[in-house]
Design a protein around this ligand. Structure first.
Ligand code: FAD
Ligand code: UDP
Length: 373
């Protein structure tokens, strides 16, 4: 079969590889001039530092199939992500752990004491948190919430935290020990040669052709037996019901020598600091040595027109619209919607890869059984 794929990010690359290995001919298109989608990394021409062009990406997973898969195509260098937050004129450890609690309250509590203390701070009137703010007040109380989450979340989402789903906060743990690893997964790493080299290796198969700087259009769809669409779901339907909401990011570059901030990511919790965080790229590759440094100050705003879609907003209006598009997608012939944009979900890389492997399993099974796609 001839399969056309829109998007050369992890979704498009993984499904392309699986289908090519099953004997199909696959042509992967991307509007951009590079593969790897938003995970794209490249060496900075002036300093040789590996830059995470669309924001910092740390690979973390508990899925053994996905972990074996990425290790097949590149060297995954162990990397434990630590994040700090500047609030007022002080620096704290994230995600909220015993050090953060003792720093903020000026205490020296033990784990059991801290648990009891935070239990007293928690808003006991909230039974089923209905939004981000209620989730935070129930989980940690007002002081921690206001220091680390209220201002940052207003900047990140452009909305009051009472308008944001509680699930957004549930991504982060609250720890009563000094464990400060940002993620809890058993496998945490960054590809030694960057994500773009990893995705290029996935796409390196005689059955796959990659066409960069080539948007996938309806004309392409007509040329293939089946399409895998990993671009924005609403774009496939020409935004006919309206646009799904996204946050986009602007990056302001800082260049210098030495160590700018001493860590990979520094968040800024105060609402009057206009950016959300600063990433210092060389700290994502501590196995390399660089005298110079390149950092990105990250600003979040509502995506408009041709802005790059980063975070699906998924507010009530978007969900209503999403359901209309999902209904259409269910009826659309010869096309599979996949990935972060194609399904309008916030997906980490490991979930993206797991979903793509699953979609390829289903497609190959359907093709060999002669079922309509
Ligand atoms: P994408 O990477 O967005 O790829 C889609 C591709 O489709 C793009 O290259 C686009 O150009 C192309 N495309 C769109 N329309 C067309 C068209 N018409 N024709 C041709 N091509 C088209 N995950 C983690 O696991 N760890 C992290 O630390 C992490 N950090 C993140 C930080 C930020 C700021 C963001 C926004 C996300 C982060 N993620 C992280 C999530 C990660 O970026 C996604 O899981 C991953 O990019 C999803 O891959 P994808 O292929 O589905 O989508
Ligand atoms: N968050 C915050 N302060 C921080 C870090 C995170 O308020 O210092 C909030 C923010 O709303 C974010 C959510 O917690 O969207 C989940 O955090 P995560 O690090 O997973 O952020 P994302 O991957 O969405 O950037």
């Amino acid at each position: 079969m001839q399969i056309g794929i829109a998007g050369a990010g992890f979704s498009g690359a993984v499904v392309a590889r699986e289908l090519a290995e099953a004997g199909h001919r696959v042509v992967v298109h991307d509007t951009r001039g590079h593969v790897a989608g938003n995970c794209h990394t490249e060496r900075d021409a002036a300093t040789g530092i590996m830059i995470h062009r669309y924001g910092p990406h740390i690979f973390h997973t508990g899925n053994e199939r996905v972990w074996r898969y990425v290790n097949r195509f590149g060297t995954m260098q162990p990397y434990h992500h630590r994040v700090f937050s500047t609030v007022g004129s002080r620096v704290y450890s994230l995600p909220v752990n015993l050090l953060t609690i003792n720093q903020l309250f000026g205490t020296a509590l033990t784990p059991a004491q801290a648990q009891e203390f935070i239990g007293e701070q928690s808003d006991g009137t909230i039974v089923e948190p209905q939004n981000f703010e209620e989730q935070a007040l129930k989980m940690m109380g007002r002081k921690l919430y206001e220091a680390f989450f209220h201002g940052y979340t207003c900047k990140q989402w452009g909305l009051d935290p009472t308008e944001i789903p509680a699930s957004v906060l549930r991504r982060l743990p609250l720890r009563f020990n000094y464990q400060d690893s940002y993620f809890a997964h058993p496998h945490q790493a960054i590809p030694r040669d960057g994500y773009t080299a990893l995705v290029e290796a996935i796409l390196d198969h005689p059955g796959i052709e990659v066409r960069l700087s080539t948007p996938y259009t309806e004309a392409e769809h007509d040329r293939f037996d089946h399409t895998i669409w990993t671009g924005p779901l609403d774009a496939w339907f020409d935004h006919r019901f309206g646009r799904l909401g996204y946050r986009t990011l602007d990056f302001e570059e800082i260049r210098g020598t030495g160590d700018y901030q001493g860590c990979a990511v520094m968040n800024y919790g105060d609402v009057d600091v206009p950016f959300t965080r600063i990433s210092e790229h060389k700290h994502f590759a501590p196995w390399e040595e660089h005298e110079d440094t390149v950092c990105f100050r990250e600003f979040s705003r509502l995506a408009e027109g041709d802005d790059i879609p980063y975070y699906p907003i998924r507010m009530a209006r978007d969900k209503t619209l999403l359901n209309r598009y999902l209904d259409e997608a269910g009826r659309a012939p010869r096309v599979t919607f996949l990935g972060r944009l194609g399904t309008y979900r916030y997906l980490d890389m490991d979930v993206t890869i797991a979903d793509a492997l699953h979609a390829a399993d289903e497609l190959t099974a359907a093709i060999s059984a002669g079922r309509a796609l």
